[in-house]
Design a protein around this ligand. Sequence first.
Ligand code: FEO
Ligand code: CA
Ligand code: CA
Ligand code: CA
Length: 628
Amino acid sequence: MRDELDHGLTMDDWDEANDPRPETSDFDRVVDEALSRRGFLGGIVAFGSGAAVMGTGTLLGSTSAEALSANRFPFTPIGIQTDATVHVPEGYSWSVVARWGDALTSDAEPFDPATGHSTANAAKVFGENTDGMWLYSVDGHELLAVNNEYANRKTNLPGSEGVPQSLEDVQLLQGIQGVTVLEVAPDDSGAYQIVVDSPFNRRIDHNTPMQITGPAAGHDMLKTAADPTGTMSLGTMNNCGSGPTPWGTYLTCEENFNGYFGSTDADLERTAGQKRYGIGIDGWGYDYHKHDPRFDISQNPNEPHRAGWVVEIDPADPASTPKKRTGLGRIKHENAACVLAPSGHVVVYMGDDERGEYMYKYVSNATYAPGGDTEELLNDGTLYAAKFHADGTGDWLPLTPATTGMDAGEILIHTRMAASAVGATTMDRPEWVAVNPVAAEGYCALTNNKNRGVKPNAGGDDTSVNGPNPREANNYGQIVRWFPANDDHATESFRWDLYVMAGNPVVGEGAYKGSSNVNPGNMFNSPDGMMFDSAGLLWIQTDGDDDNEGEFEGQGNNQMLAGDPVTGEIQRFLTGPNGSEVTGLCWSTDKRTAFVGIQHPGGSFPDGSGLPRSCIVAVWRDDGGLVG
Ligand code: FEO
Ligand code: CA
Ligand code: CA
Ligand code: CA
């Protein structure tokens, strides 16, 4: 994310400043481990072909591998770009589907680039900072469920330099974030547009009532003045990535929720839980706590416990109450990759996006049956954290009262502490997880971690270089992949390897050149969004440094690439406008249009109106061929 206010810090750097990690006291040990790890890493990088980085992996059977390798990249890859627009390969076109502020209903005021839009309008327009999304086909209607992750305050409050001055300003920001459900359809020219006044169109924001479900519902730590029962919540916060369920609902994931909270009592002594989750006195700059007491932790210390969850939404029912699924734990959730085990158990893979935090999975106790009751599938199950061993094996460690010494509700509310208690592996900021639909393997984008090998995480856990996180001060990122035992995502052991280590083969040194499937023609940094298409091609989106200088020279703007899981080959498909992150990917029902999110563009993309507007773009083949 890129939003910076007067403190000039990104969300990650703000967390750092707010809760400075102790410097390691054993510098020699860190250096020694880094050196020995470089030896191990050299082995990976030295393999000749792209396929070699998949060394320990279970490759697909030869027949399916051949089928999948045929015409794997049906596009001519493009070069980097540093300009202010979107680029796609020759033979493809793109257009804008929905921008922040575009009307969902015909009574919305027109968007005014001089003033943004009014608080009263917020519920009638597409929200800000598009992120994870999915398309649902409901009775012939195509519905996009889309996350609106956070606010670009200087853009959204142009009259007050981005600093909320009143409850009304706060309510404007609260109203443009959350989730949008919108119907889309092709117009006469075939380009997708919003269906204004569709009965499915819906805004879910920071004040929408939600039900709290699962084992932590009703826990004392979830009881607040607004809801003494601990079973209801207002709003969903910082909706980052997402994931569809097999039963047609949408999982939206609450990430940097901590930044909305602050304390009007500057001397408030924060709890260990508040410190671990980065909940501070000043907040990140939204200033909700100064105007809306619900966000003031000196008055409502339990309010932050109602955020940091995965929330299930039924896009087909605009009147439905969203459900926070506490069974999936409370972390800075990136996305939720939901897959069925062969037995029918529901498995949800999740990452906690902060330096040195963990990867998780949930396995349901019951099994899914098409048409059956799905209400308890995400409430009743076991949560695990990932432990990677240096020998290429790994284990999912169950988080239970016996393994953690915490009660069941506490494990779910303070999940980070539970994962620390079992000794899970600290990771380089786990972003999206994607599961291959045609092979039993999962992928997680570890976007970067400047603190790897430098200092511990917020809980004091060791973050020395380790197997899947092999580079000190890792500014490029990597994608780790795992192969569950018996090809069964519900099992507790796996083997793993690195699919790619991003790097710069031109200006980088040693391991910072990247793995052998990175070359001067496809290089990138900070993999973040990931999604498999139906044919098993891995789409990789980046949220990194786009200044195209120094260690990032030659990498250009943020981008979307396609990766072949079988050969390891990676090719660049799309570049975003400068300043933007490319995030969120889904496809039309006929798979002839891809929807791609462009978050926080610079300049005044896409319309030159004077204000930059995050937006969803449609991409299609000029010959009408399949794109997903
Ligand atoms: Fe919202 Fe970790 O990205
Ligand atoms: Ca972002
Ligand atoms: Ca992300
Ligand atoms: Ca990111």
